[in-house]
Design a protein around this ligand. Structure first.
Ligand SMILES: NC(=O)c1ccc[n+]([C@@H]2O[C@H](COP(=O)([O-])OP(=O)(O)OC[C@H]3O[C@@H](n4cnc5c(N)ncnc54)[C@H](O)[C@@H]3O)[C@@H](O)[C@H]2O)c1
Length: 259
């Protein structure tokens, strides 16, 4: 299918910071309209004010069924349609070993990072079913959705679960013209990195140096991938999980040389 140039309307969760914010900016730059959903009222207002009428700011918690239903319906009402969503909001949770993780912390991370994606997928798919144009949804998992992450048991469980949801949604959505894909970022330079750096302490820079490309990703790079997947240029892609990680997943921790 050729890439369309007509403006589209998307909902972006976690759109007030990092990868989500970079994606909102790229969508707006190409003429699309965006409903930004985020629980950070201050950042949300700042980004929305700067971007103007193409953007609708919706303060909400993605783990709340009522709030996700309300914000999705609000976006559809405000713009008159919805062509897809970037379900990207998440928290890393406490950086603790599995044995130190409380059930309350586990539940909180699963509620935002996994249940939040389920709710976002369900509400967006309900609105896209029967729409006149093909829909596209992109979900943010993580390298932690494909491998283990030391000190991140709940986050790792949630990010693995998100990939299962994406595959299920892709298979069920296909009959309704809805594509669903997943990006799996590696180390990316956003505010979410701060607690990770604190956890790894003096080893944080060494961790970054181990990435084959030798650096963290820029959030704009992950945003480019999300925008491509949302667009008709990715018309034959669904159910895909695409790492954007500077080669980290391809590398072996057992290698003996950097060359
Ligand atoms: N930065 C990284 O290294 C990295 C690596 C792998 C995956 N990711 C994933 O990328 C996505 C974006 O993260 P980021 O790095 O841009 O972090 P970020 O902290 O800059 O952005 C996350 C946004 O989500 C919002 N948010 C958090 N909980 C929410 C909730 N319950 N309801 C509504 N909004 C909520 C925050 O307010 C924030 O604006 C996340 O899914 C994260 O797990 C990030």
């Amino acid at each position: 299918m050729p890439q369309t140039t007509s403006p589209r309307t998307f909902l972006v969760s976690g759109g007030a910071s990092g990868i989500g914010e970079a994606t909102v900016r790229q969508l707006v730059a190409r003429g699309d309209r965006v409903a930004i959903v985020d629980r950070d009222a201050v950042r949300l207002a700042t980004v929305a004010e700067e971007l103007g009428v193409q953007v609708l700011a919706l303060e909400a918690d993605v783990s709340s069924e009522q709030e996700v239903e309300k914000t999705t319906a609000h976006a559809v009402r405000h713009f008159g349609c919805l062509d897809g969503a970037f379900l990207n909001a998440a928290v890393p949770g406490p950086f603790q070993s599995l044995m130190q993780t409380s059930a309350a912390d586990f539940d909180r991370v699963i509620a935002i990072d996994l249940r939040g994606v389920f709710l976002g997928l369900r509400e967006t798919m309900r609105h896209l079913t029967g729409a006149s144009r093909a829909g596209s949804i992109v979900v943010t998992s993580s390298l932690a959705g494909l491998t283990a992450g030391r000190g991140l048991a709940a986050y790792t469980a949630a990010k693995h679960g998100v990939i299962g949801l994406v595959r299920n949604a892709a298979v069920e959505g296909a009959a309704h013209g809805i594509r669903v894909n997943c990006i799996a970022p590696g180390l990316t330079d956003t505010p979410l990195q701060a607690p990770l750096r604190e956890f790894h302490g003096a080893q944080a820079d060494a961790l970054q140096a181990q990435v084959p490309l030798g650096r963290m990703g820029d959030p704009r790079e992950a945003a480019e991938l999300a925008c491509f997947l949302l667009s008709d240029a990715a018309g034959y892609l669904t159910g895909a999980v695409i790492p954007i990680d500077g080669g980290a997943l391809a590398d072996s921790p057992l290698r003996t040389s950097k060359n």
